[in-house]
Write a protein that binds this ligand. Structure first.
Ligand code: NI
Length: 147
């Protein structure tokens, strides 16, 4: 039978395992559980790593700050709610399951209504406020152990 894990995922073929994951193997991450595990906004949590990239989830509320990332494009995948990416040339409005990439060097300022969550794909070490810094700059936080 499948190993018991939070969320809807199951590990098949693991009946003989008393511990999952085996050493060195990542466990699946249920994004609903991940998002339910924290409430603070503008404070991304790392849910997965891929090569030198981090997959982060974040809750957003209100406006961040105008900034740019000179060294990396920034990918937003909206999971819930409506997220506006303000650009100097106009706004891009994203809904659930919309994806948008802000190219490197392009100034942007995310603005969110209530209850917006998004996934970000960024190189390790990317700062949420880019070149701007300031009070909204978040320390990157690991996801709490959901198990
Ligand atoms: Ni940014």
């Amino acid at each position: 039978r499948a190993a018991a894990l939070p969320g809807s995922h199951r590990i098949r073929g693991a009946a003989s395992l008393t511990r999952w994951p085996p050493r060195g193997m990542p466990a699946p991450v249920d994004l609903s559980a991940a998002l339910a595990s924290f409430g603070d906004t503008w404070s991304p949590r790392v849910v997965a790593r891929r090569n030198d990239y981090e997959v982060r989830v974040v809750k957003l509320d209100g406006e961040l700050v105008w900034h740019r990332h000179d060294d990396t494009d920034e990918l937003f995948l909206v999971l819930d709610g409506e997220l506006t990416i303000q650009l100097r040339d106009g706004d891009v409005v994203l809904g659930p399951l919309d994806v948008y990439v802000v190219p490197r060097g392009v100034e942007h300022c995310p603005r969110a209504g209530a209850a917006v969550s998004a996934m970000l794909f960024e190189p390790k070490g990317t700062v949420n406020t880019g070149d701007a810094g300031g009070a909204r700059t978040a320390d990157l936080t690991e996801l709490d152990d959901l198990n």
